[in-house]
Design a protein around this ligand. Structure first.
Ligand code: UGA
Length: 443
């Protein structure tokens, strides 16, 4: 008989996992403690933007393979495999991860599971968490039933969440026994049939693989952005530099796009949580470079503000169009978004800021209600003294310089993502610069 699954947490990770498991043919219940989320998912409405996911959600609500609940009791007596996909955000006022939700989900499962089952953690957690939770489960669970336990980190990217879940590039599983591992092989049978690497390991390695991957990606971005600081001083072309080193297959071109840096709900908080955990273990020096990675990343935001002032003088009273609020294109996520942070800084310097993002205006407005949000790039740029591109949506890349020139007050442009054809814009009379380019100050 086919496995029945529950997925705890219905954010990017949980909602995607639940819908994709249904797509693979399993019966799934998604659980969240937030009744509003459950109501909206039950209506087939996804509370965030993720390409392809609404279709999958509605498809499997219709097939009857996917439903939602707030009741642990319901899933505890029903599912064979329980996935934990709740958030592990940064703690307020601390760089460590907040494990409240993971702990609460595990405890509720252990208290409510009433038949033999498996618990599989997918959330990103500090090393040592799985072992601690495994003990917690053993202490709490009904002694007459057996609960297998595994850690199985998730590597999905926002914007590609469905694709990454259905066709992952690798599967990493730290299981407590061969029986638990066998169940996970059954869950991922379709990916395994096409030879997706399956890495069978212990809890600690499984937890560390996830944070190591994100720390590596963050380091790669800050590495190229550190070279941006050099080319901004000596001249040179950061894009050519990235292309040239990227041809070396040991380095690779991906994640070497210089610009305003990384944000989102994962990379920033994961490198901070890793430092916190490693310090706790008495290895303060080991991950110290990650605080440099973080600082380089944040300095990119200062650079945009500096360039803005250099281009148009004191910002007070100046009209600035900010193109982009999401932390990356094809997402409405504004968590730790460099774009929104820069917009807020410009506003706090007295500028009159018009923000436009194709999908993230509403989320941005919740976070920074005092900024002005408009409905198009042209509306944002109308009468602007300066236009700044901070999220590389394709509709911004397609802007025609001669057309945008007709609405602005002054043709000043900062490309915060290194995606615009600078020569074309200069040819159309724009004073344009990009992060990583030497900027000839007029002051
Ligand atoms: C990241 C990882 O890529 C996923 O593998 C991981 O599963 C996920 O975190 C997670 O831990 O859940 P995501 O946060 O969706 O995924 O975003 P990325 O595509 O990694 O982009 C992160 C940030 O880096 C964005 O702000 C992006 O604009 C920036 N970036 C990316 C650059 O500044 N330069 C680049 O070359 C690439």
């Amino acid at each position: 008989m086919s496995l029945r699954m529950s997925v705890i947490g219905t954010g990017y990770l949980g909602a995607t996992h639940a819908a994709c498991m249904a797509e693979l043919g399993f019966e799934v219940i998604g659980l969240d403690i937030d009744q509003d989320k459950i109501d909206s998912l039950t209506r087939g409405e996804l509370p965030f933007h993720e390409p392809g996911l609404p279709e999958l959600l509605r498809k499997h609500i219709a097939t009857g393979r996917l439903r939602f609940t707030t009741s642990y009791e319901e899933i505890g007596g029903w599912a064979d495999v329980h996935f934990i996909g709740v958030g592990t955000p940064q703690k307020a006022g601390d760089i460590a991860a907040d494990l409240t939700f993971v702990d609460a989900a595990t405890r509720s499962l252990a208290e409510n599971i009433s038949k033999d089952a498996f618990i599989v953690g997918k959330s990103t957690v500090p090393v040592g968490t799985a072992r601690r939770l495994s003990k917690m489960i053993a202490e709490i669970k009904n002694p007459d039933i057996s609960i297998g336990f595994a850690w199985n980190p998730e590597f999905l990217r926002e914007g590609f969440a469905v694709e990454d879940t259905l066709t992952p590039d690798r599967l990493v599983v730290g299981a407590d026994s061969a029986v638990t591992e066998k169940v996970l092989r059954e869950v991922y049978a379709r990916a395994l049939a096409v030879d997706t690497p399956f890495i069978s390991t212990d809890f600690e390695t499984a937890e560390l693989v996830k944070v190591a991957a994100n720390a590596f990606l963050a380091t790669k971005i800050s590495f190229i952005n550190a070279f941006s600081e050099v080319t901004e001083t000596v001249g040179g072309d950061i894009r050519t530099l990235a292309d040239a080193i990227g041809f070396d297959v040991r380095i690779g071109r991906r994640f070497l796009n210089a610009g305003v840096g990384f944000g989102g709900g994962c990379l920033p908080k994961d490198i901070r949580a890793l430092q916190a955990r490693i310090s706790e273990l008495g290895l303060e020096r080991t991950m110290r470079f990650l605080s440099e990675v973080d600082e380089i990343n944040l300095r990119r935001r200062d650079r945009v503000v500096y360039l803005a002032e250099d281009m148009i003088g004191p910002l007070a009273g100046k009209k600035i169009a900010v193109l982009g609020a999401a932390f990356k294109p094809n997402s409405d996520d504004v968590r730790d978004s460099p774009a929104l942070d820069v917009a807020a800084r410009l506003f706090n310097s007295g500028a009159d800021v018009n923000v436009y993002d194709p999908k993230a205006n509403a989320n941005a407005a919740k976070r920074f209600p005092r900024l002005k949000y408009v409905d198009s790039a042209f509306e944002a740029a109308t009468q602007a003294d300066l236009v700044i591109l901070l999220t590389e949506w394709s509709e911004f890349r397609a802007l025609v310089p001669t057309e945008l020139a007709t609405v602005v007050a002054n043709r000043n442009f900062i490309d915060g993502r290194n995606v615009m054809p600078i020569d074309e814009w200069e040819h159309a009379g724009w004073n344009i610069t990009a992060l990583g380019r030497k900027f000839e100050s007029k002051n």
